[in-house]
Design a protein around this ligand. Structure first.
Ligand code: PXP
Length: 246
């Protein structure tokens, strides 16, 4: 079965815009689960720009589906992962100035550092470890060599490609890296930039097991939920005029 992991970081981004309590990603997680999410994905960034330590702690207690934590090769974030023990870890690159995760993790270029991080997690009993990498067979092999059990192929370039040839080229790269992943005996995941238009091409790749999707789902939720939210506010205003407070 192909699983859908719903990334709820954007709900936390909206909360952080006002620095208050709403919208609460914990409530979003409950609704995502009710909608059929097979897992929940959060990225605890070093700068805590959206998901917070509190979110990780509460989701660890309340999530009814597996929790996938995206994290950088950062010793203090790894320590939190070891403390809260999410069901799956996905190592991602992280740069403070980026808007979102822009490229895959360069496992080839920092083999020892990644191996050390994986070993630290495995020693602490966290064995379901995935690497978010560009669709490149060398990165797949390096990920297998450092002890990852899964690969999440970065679909951002595919999602951004314009024109049939460019889209076909990016899709081909993902298919080839997918084959290398299976040949290396690893689980195959994909994510980034997937939306209601392009998901089909990735969902039908052989042996694909998990798709992690955030932006397009939260964007659609804003639109399909807006009509109801406005109606509810109008109704409340109408009611309060009929029954004034004072
Ligand atoms: N997978 C990984 C590793 C990511 O970093 C992200 C973005 O946080 C996603 C999936 C989801 O990407 P999007 O929000 O574009 O669906």
């Amino acid at each position: 079965m192909l699983r859908l992991g719903v990334n709820i970081d954007h709900v936390a981004t909206l909360r952080q815009a006002r620095g208050g309590r709403e919208p609460d990603p914990i409530q979003a997680a409950v609704l995502a689960e009710l909608g059929g999410a097979d897992s929940l994905t959060i990225h605890l960034r070093e700068d805590r720009r959206h998901i917070s330590d509190r979110d990780l702690r509460i989701l660890r207690e309340t999530a009814g589906v597996p929790l996938n934590l995206e994290l950088a090769l950062d010793t203090s974030i790894i320590a939190l992962a070891i403390k809260y023990k999410p069901d799956q870890l996905t190592f991602v690159p992280e740069r403070r100035e980026e808007l979102t995760t822009e490229g895959g993790l360069d496992v080839v270029g920092q083999l020892d550092r990644v191996r050390e991080a994986v070993a630290r997690c495995r020693d602490a009993g966290l064995s379901h470890i995935s690497m978010f990498i560009d669709p490149n067979p060398a990165q797949v092999e390096a990920s297998a060599a450092v002890g990852a059990v899964a690969i999440e192929l970065h679909t951002g370039k595919f999602a951004e490609a314009r024109g049939a040839d460019a889209v076909a080229d990016e899709l081909k790269a993902i298919q080839l890296a997918g084959k290398a992943t299976i040949a290396a005996g690893l689980h195959l995941h994909a994510g980034h930039g997937l939306n209601y238009q392009n998901v089909g091409a990735i969902a039908t790749i052989a042996h694909m097991e998990e798709l992690n999707i955030g932006h397009s789902i939260i964007s659609r939720a804003v639109l399909v939920g807006l009509d109801r939210a406005v109606r509810e506010m109008k109704a409340l205003i109408r009611e309060s005029i009929r029954e004034p407070y004072l």
